[in-house]
Design a protein around this ligand. Sequence first.
Ligand SMILES: C[S@@+](CC[C@H](N)C(=O)[O-])C[C@H]1O[C@@H](n2cnc3c(N)ncnc32)[C@H](O)[C@@H]1O
Length: 250
Amino acid sequence: MTRSIPLPPARLAFAPDGTPFSESCGDVYHSAAGGHAQARHVFLSGNGLPARWRESGTFAILETGFGLGLNFLATWLAWRNDPRRCRKLCFISLENRPFTAGDLAIVHAAWPEFSALSAALRARWPMPGAGRHRLELECGVELALVFGDAEETLPGLDDAVDAFYLDGFSPAKNPGLWSPAVCRNLARLAKPGATLATWSVAGGVRRALSAAGFAVEKRPGFAGKRQMLAGRRLPRHPGSPLQGTVESVD
Ligand SMILES: C[S@@+](CC[C@H](N)C(=O)[O-])C[C@H]1O[C@@H](n2cnc3c(N)ncnc32)[C@H](O)[C@@H]1O
């Protein structure tokens, strides 16, 4: 891709219990009870994975907030270990403050099971320029990193998405990534029957997703959390104002 405006890097910091922490957002990057286990419980199981990708040739996942890439690595590992995996896995992830490859290496060292995949990811890690960076990681696995504010980049995407991972810090601390306009754009990109999952059950998030055209339900949460949210794109009705709309920032 052409040279683009560099984004401000994320600054690696840790909460007192050792969990990676964002000083700018005042929130942790993953549950203190475990990043890999949280990814499996909330994002993979919440979207019916790995079972659902067995029904497809290509399966596309869109994530709000790449962060440390733990959800991506967990998904890639699950895909690799699944003898009935789909032919192609496309993982699109939005991020406005990417870490450096060096900081990813420091954090990923806590998960030895990711060591080979982390090395492959970091070897192809792009410069932090705004825009879409396509990484062919192995035959059948493509990661598209969309660097920039999701509120600005989402309206320009035209991917057809099977599953959404909503992982953008707490909605109370980072409301922009959970806004009604963002939710409408997710619904616009959703394939029929697309699913979503998130650890947040905040009322504002549920209302924004429902208004955008997702049916949402609470499920048992991960570790200390009582609940999480799972959802499914409702069928579009002809003439619906949601159908095919391209939303910009509210
Ligand atoms: C909880 S962390 C994501 C953790 C990640 N999914 C993982 O597996 O490691 C939230 C991420 O969302 C990013 N983020 C927050 N607001 C954003 C925005 N408006 N646009 C794009 N990314 C955003 C943050 O920089 C942060 O990396």
